[in-house]
Design a protein around this ligand. Structure first.
Ligand code: SAH
Ligand code: SF4
Length: 334
């Protein structure tokens, strides 16, 4: 799929034509220009030749059918992964990648291990959602939420991430409400600040994973550049400006960050009633083991006891390596 080319091909076309194309692409979710029946035949042929709509993806479905992982290949051979999660209540969430690889090298993350390849363009990001939108349409279903929790650090590719959200938010196109997007960051302060000033009401999630400077720096090297205290200052300002909830992601790693003391320290950080903790059982990676379920329950109980909202994340698609932190675009590792 070559979106960038579309603009070039449409130079000189009237405005209503652009609207028809937007509707065909993002609302009707056409997979081939011949399906865009509002367009003249000659234009359809030209578009099909110069800017085909096929997305080059390989799909993998989990045994329980709740998760589908897509391995998408771009023109330059770079491969990335996106995941569709089908929740029990019938809602569909797409987890998108913002970069191929990631430069931040968190100790527990498979994407971090592969290093940084390149930023994805806004079209490459939006395409991941279109792919699943097309798939769901066949069952008369829709994408309900988009989360930037795939490969990469979205705030290190801020402009393209926001442009992609803009495309998908456009009511003449895909029409997904801003509140249905969530960006997860490892704590890039400039990004949190910028998001505070955006017009759109996008949700913020922060990957915390440790309740203090020392442990967080061991797990997430970026914490040395953006210390935990400064991250909280930025988040506080975001909450003050936006009055929206903020989710703190906390991976539960056996004997690393899962003690009663850690829970108490974490509770102290959750000062604002709009903060809440999402406990994530670690998806095993070499060198780290997930906390036992009992320990997670105990940890959660301490948080709740301190008046902190805490939820536990369901694990999606472990059998197809589609779970958080397992996205490594295996072919990129060769
Ligand atoms: N770079 C961003 C967004 C992508 S990572 C960030 O770090 O927030 C998405 C989520 O998956 C983050 O919360 C991340 O910490 C988590 N994650 C990474 N490795 C994991 C693992 N092995 N098990 C469970 N979650 C993991
Ligand atoms: Fe990058 Fe997020 Fe993985 Fe850390 S957890 S290496 S920031 S993708």
């Amino acid at each position: 799929m070559n979106f960038e080319k579309i603009d070039e091909l449409l130079v000189g076309e009237p405005l209503y034509r652009i609207k028809q194309i937007k509707k065909a692409l993002y609302k009707d979710l056409i997979e081939d220009w011949s399906q865009a029946t509002t367009l003249p035949m000659s234009l359809r042929e030209k578009l099909n030749k110069e800017s085909p709509l096929e997305i080059n993806a390989e799909l993998f479905e989990s045994k329980d059918k709740k998760t589908i992982k897509a391995l998408i290949a771009f023109k330059d051979g770079i491969k990335i992964e996106s995941v569709l999660m089908r929740h029990r209540d019938g809602r569909n969430t797409v987890c998108v990648s913002s970069q191929a690889g990631c430069a931040l090298g968190c100790a527990f993350c498979a994407t971090g291990k592969m290093g940084f390849k390149r930023n994805l363009s806004a079209f490459e990001i939006a395409q991941q959602v279109l792919l699943f939108g097309r798939l769901l349409k066949k069952n008369k279903e829709k994408v309900a939420n988009v989360v930037f929790m795939g490969m990469g650090e979205p705030f290190l590719n801020y402009d393209n991430v926001l442009s992609a959200i803009n495309f998908l938010n456009d009511p003449d196109g895909f029409g997904l409400g801003a509140r249905n997007f969530s960006i997860s960051t490892a704590g890039i302060i400039e990004g949190i600040r910028k998001l505070s000033n955006e017009k759109m009401e996008i949700n913020l999630a922060v990957s915390l994973h440790a309740p203090n400077q020392k442990l967080r720096s061991e797990l997430m090297p970026i914490n040395k550049k953006y210390p935990i205290g400064k991250v909280f200052e930025a988040v506080e300002k975001y909450v003050k400006a936006r009055k929206r909830k903020v989710m703190f992601e906390y991976i539960m790693i056996k004997d690393v960050n899962d003690s009663a003391q850690d829970a108490k320290e974490l509770a102290k950080l959750m000062k604002n009633p709009l903060y809440f903790v999402n406990l994530i059982p670690l998806n095993p990676v070499p060198g780290f083991e997930p906390s036992p379920l009992e320990k997670i329950k105990k940890f959660k109980k301490i948080l709740l006891g301190c008046g902190v909202q805490a939820t536990q994340r369901y694990r999606f698609g472990q059998d197809i390596s589609a779970a958080c932190g397992q996205l490594a675009g295996k072919n990129n590792l060769k």
